[in-house]
Design a protein around this ligand. Sequence first.
Ligand code: NAI
Ligand code: MN
Ligand code: ZN
Length: 339
Amino acid sequence: MKSIVIQQPNRLDIETRSLPEPAVGEVRVKVKLAGICGSDSHIYRGHNPFAKYPRVIGHEFFGLIDAVGEGVSAARLGERVAVDPVISCGHCYPCSVGKPNVCTSLVVLGVHRDGGFSEYAVVPERNAWTVPDAIPDADAVMIEPFTIAANVTGQVNPTPRDVALVYGAGPMGLTTIQVLKGVYNVGQVIVVDRIEERLEMARQSGADMVINNLNQPLAAVLEAQGIRPTLIVDAACHPSILQEAVLLASPAARVVLMGFSSEPSSITQQSITGKEISIFSSRLNAKKFPVVIDWLSRGLISPAKLVTHTFAYQHVTDAIELFENNQRQCCKVLLTFNE
Ligand code: NAI
Ligand code: MN
Ligand code: ZN
């Protein structure tokens, strides 16, 4: 089989590997589609501190079960599955409180263990979630990015009364906007980015108002309209944003952070406590695959709005470079693995 392997930073090979056999409790997935994410590019470029090389990247993937290991029912052969990249131990403290996404021995497919940019991948059976036939392949491959938004929104129970502010209209901001509007019916979703084309995508994903903060300060625009967000999601993730978000927030607002910057943010206790702001963070997803599959079945989200390009896996280098260099035209880029 062919696998996309990052041998070391900045060296990507399409390697021929022997077909892996599923171990006890595992299934082998014949991959059909995979999505390129910022973290794949970070591993490729050597910017992911968790990555070990060589590594088959890819943690957003969909395919068919074509072999099962010991202890797995043969009835699963042929199932269409989306794969949860989060592998957890099931018994540590975070696992015991429903947060396997921060398991003390967390393994993420495509980061700590070989992932889905490959013609075949072996994964634990319980990570392979059955996708109903009514959900098309191109939506199924987008389940993982929407689980991130499910996790973010699941921290804060959005309501129709909320005035939400989403920083960043990249793939993560857009999935979050769709969930805030389509699932939670949030009354007003405001989106801020510095790229006009991305703000247009935000509108198409349901944003009620978009603000370009390249040439105008966000604070002034919101103040002029008397808007005080009650729910803020930082899907842009610059360390300076937390301070601004807390300043702009309504009293009693919730703020969700998604970033992994190691740069400090500068913020006072008073700015948080004076309004009793709740600050949440969100990493990966905690058992959100069935949640997103349900949303797709009910037509509450529209993944196709995010997909701008599709490449055959043989052109993965072109696909990643386009993804990295063209934020105006590119959002989600998919790879096909049909031979
Ligand atoms: P992206 O880079 O495609 O999108 C970020 C967007 O934010 C861009 O459109 C950019 O123009 C905009 N932006 C940057 N600084 C801004 C500012 N100061 N004000 C307004 N807009 C600004 O990235 P993507 O894939 O959407 O991911 C967003 C972030 O989420 C990344 O930092 C990524 O590391 C993080 N992430 C976190 C996850 C988690 O589980 N916590 C999972 C996936 C991504
Ligand atoms: Mn991703
Ligand atoms: Zn655990």
